[in-house]
Design a protein around this ligand. Sequence first.
Ligand SMILES: C[S@@+](CC[C@H](N)C(=O)[O-])C[C@H]1O[C@@H](n2cnc3c(N)ncnc32)[C@H](O)[C@@H]1O
Length: 717
Amino acid sequence: MSSKRDKKSNRNNTLFDESPKKSRVATKKNYNGNKKAFEKKRQEVVDDFDPFDISLDEYDPPIRVSAEDFFIPKDKYPESVLNSSEEALSSNAKAKEKPISKTRKRGTKSLSKPDNKKVKVSQSSAVANNDGKNMESETSGSETNCNEKPVEVAKTSKSTKNHDISAISKVSSRDAKIIKSEASKTLEATRDTTKSEASKSASSAKKRGKLATSKPTKIVANNNKSEVSKISGDLISANNTEAAKSLSANNKHNFENISNSPVKSFKSKGETKAIEIPKTDDEDVSRDESLTQNMNIDDDELENSEEYDDSLLTNIMEVEKYVLPSGQEIEKEQMIAPDLQIVQQRIADVVRILNNFKELGDQNRGRTEYVDRLINDIATYYGYSEFLAEKLFHLFPVSEALDFFEANEIPRPVTIRTNTLRTRRRDLAQKLIGRGVNLEPIGKWSKVGLTVFSSDKPLGATPEYLTGDYMLQSAASFLPVMSLAPQEDEKILDMAAAPGGKTTYIAALMKNTGQIFSNDANKERTKALVANIHRMGVKNTVVSNYDGREFPKVIGAFDRVLLDAPCSGTGIISKDTSVKINKTDKDFMQLSHLQKQLILSAIDSVDAKSPTGGYIVYSTCSVTIEENEAVVNYALKKRSNVKLVPTGIDFGVEGFTRKQMSNKKEQEQEQEQERYENPTKEAKQEDKPNKAKKRRNNNNSDTRKKQKTKHNDNYTK
Ligand SMILES: C[S@@+](CC[C@H](N)C(=O)[O-])C[C@H]1O[C@@H](n2cnc3c(N)ncnc32)[C@H](O)[C@@H]1O
């Protein structure tokens, strides 16, 4: 008989190895999806709650769920899934056993130290859950979705050259080694353990490396010290306190005096569907083998059997060529509502072909045609605009891309962060377990996180929540703060801070010492920020409402700056499905431009000579290159006094260090971005013919004048 402890560790292993997709907790989804109703419900629960009216039974630890509970039995599949893929689901039942877990793992990048003073810019948009396994795209919003439209970007005359990522791929051989070992470590730690996936990961990891500048140089201290202290003095005296250190959260609203364009939040419109991810040949063979072994069935017997159904074994026998539908067939298909089952099957077929195009592909049609078909089908099946499906698809190798789209259909696990200003994780866990919450530590990488599997009560309505013992916060959003590593008594800027998941974590790590300037450009959102600061007992923070680009003029000389930038939210599509159709080319251009401006402000706001700090962390909840690598690359080009440094987080996968323009469209987009960011140059170019004409005209008139004079001269002569 296994001991209780054994059971627990088994449960841990299984749970942490499994995909979180079958999590039964819907509270967070409810909260995000229908905040008003949620708040009302919460109030009801709070009103009804009598802390003394708890029977002893309720203190007994509830029976916790087992790993099996995280798999939805087939008879419980949502109707939409059953309808769309009943047949495929049954024929691929083997594949279904494997949890879907991978998405792109975003790495961390850091900028360098000037003058031997550390200025670290680290870009991190990775999510970890469960011991760093199953890294997911970042969800950096805390309780509310932070996927916001940014404040209107003012077009400035910033000149950006082609921000080709290859420009930041100068990695010294020493660094390269570190990268390699880090990448392989990461792979082990973060990937599912199947062989084929590991090799897939290895190949994708090869494509990534640490971003680094060739050499660090001194920082140009834009932050004029006296100017800064004057401004900060004004701010402080306006609040009638001696130092920001002693400022309480209560009088922070005084800074919320600059109005900004309202930031709109998106409503979810997307639909959730499920698709089988085709497995690589290796995987399927081993799966089939283990299946037959488990069932104790002899292969020969099976083949000779009358009931032999070769459709069950399609995956290992698929060597026949797949013929893409003709243009006419597709047109016909598009006339009517798409049959998702056909689309799903075609996705699986095309992925299989693309994985072995030489043997299975129709060479006359060409790989591009298959890829185009696949992107089209992905857009139809998962409900993306074709523009976004294509953009996201090209970020990954083919099967990884499918994993990404599939993962976006699955809710992330609900996680909370213990507020160590108020309590200890163990005490909090005990209290919550006593209230019928099933939870586990989030993983070895965090001392404060808890994964919640199910809860009798909404997690935003427990007395512990209301008294600030914890924050509802995605695992990924711990990482930028861990990377920032704020120290006690430092002066920190959280440049885009609402609703405060990261600010409150920073305050906890600083044990309420030092000063945090928690800023957000959206006044509405600073209300939630202030509320969270109060609830969590944060006492070292000033809330301000400036456009981040105004720093360091507002205040500067920070020891560390966190820029958790406004972004497209392509890493948190599972949380906000509206991203699938709402984001346009223009949005990405604007966001990237704004992020580039913000990162320069962040760098300029850091005190390069800080004895303890000098670091900047850049993070987003997006996966696109233009919002991540390109921004960091831009900063490295524009500020020669910074370099990338390690984030101190030893899991996840590094970002891209070079970018290949795979098609003409991408090149055009890149040029478009350049034109957007550099309108003056463009205007100049456009203006060139006019100027030339003018010059010509001037020249002509000069010549005419000269000729006239000459003539006159001649005449006078
Ligand atoms: C990713 S969210 C921040 C989430 C926050 N760091 C947290 O952990 O709770 C991005 C924030 O940037 C803010 N924002 C947008 N444009 C901004 C700007 N120009 N300057 C400062 N903040 C901005 C948005 O209002 C939004 O709250």
